[in-house]
Design a protein around this ligand. Sequence first.
Ligand code: SF4
Length: 202
Amino acid sequence: ILAWYTNNKRKLPWRETSDPYHIVVSEMMLQQTQVDRVVPKYHAFLARFPTLQALAAARAADVIDAWAGLGYNRRALYLHRFAQEVVGTFGGIVPSEVDSLQGLPGIGPYTSRAILCFGFGKDVPVVDINIKRIYSRLFFRGEGTENGLLNVAREMVPVGEGVAWNNALMDFGSLVCMDKPRCDLCPLRVQCSAFVAGVPDK
Ligand code: SF4
């Protein structure tokens, strides 16, 4: 997967930073919006609110205005409240512990892991629907329980390479092991339980 990623990685602006604030903005935007629509809004949002403190001090109406075009405005309000709570409770420093993160507005298990990985370089699994699909096909013939998939995801993260690993899986799930998988392009065919069982698109 890491070798595949070296040759196929997507160039995305939030991959060029490890600033936790920038990571939170990108993750909130990506929750329900396609990557190509997020890229210009991400740049514009950070130009308007360059720091967590600037966002915390903004009026909610201005934050929603900057969010226009992304939809699901509730995310903008969560992000605004997130900034206010980090400034008010954590001195403006995004916390790096999962419990503290998950107590903040709009931050669930997925987003907290994404912040820990991409914002703090921790080797934690970032498990979205695409990554679950990959593990499910590789190890469980397209099945597998939520817990089983999470356990595999935890075991698989290579020490010291969590950021590359999670980004690689996201790209692999978007470009190769998609809903309709492109197994002809896949370097994992001989290891993939779903492919070997003849049910790769399960
Ligand atoms: Fe996905 Fe097909 Fe590769 Fe299996 S062989 S991991 S189903 S792309």
